[in-house]
Ligand binder design. Structure first.
Ligand SMILES: [Zn+2]
Length: 112
């Protein structure tokens, strides 16, 4: 896994995708995890942060959320991550002769 980000601004993208880690795998594992209807506990700060990021309203019952509500949130989150991904794979990043930040056009991109 490798996380690409800019040192000049706050732009960052998800880890590079592989056969084992990509939006389809994430989507499928969310469905497997969240399809069964039930309530489960999450930290309040985590619920609030992801709800703010995705703009999906989450009904928080004393720290418990409903699985289908969280499934919608995870779907929107993965979609946002997917749309923000500039370079899908490490190979495509290495091959790109014009590696500049999509937000500020700086060349100070870095991989952690
Ligand atoms: Zn930047």
């Amino acid at each position: 896994m490798a996380y690409l980000h800019c040192h000049n601004c706050d732009w960052a993208q998800d880890d590079f995708w592989t056969w084992r880690y990509n939006p389809i795998i994430c989507f499928w594992s969310d469905i497997k995890w969240l399809w069964r209807p039930r309530f489960f506990k999450l930290d309040n700060w985590f619920i609030e942060e992801l709800s703010r990021y995705t703009k999906v309203p989450v009904f928080n019952f004393n720290g418990k959320v409903f699985s289908w509500n969280w499934l919608i949130l995870e779907f929107i989150k993965n979609l946002k991550v997917f749309l923000k991904q500039r370079w899908w794979t490490y190979k495509s990043f290495v091959k790109d002769p014009n590696k500049i930040c999509p937000k500020c056009s700086s060349k100070s991109l870095d991989i952690d």
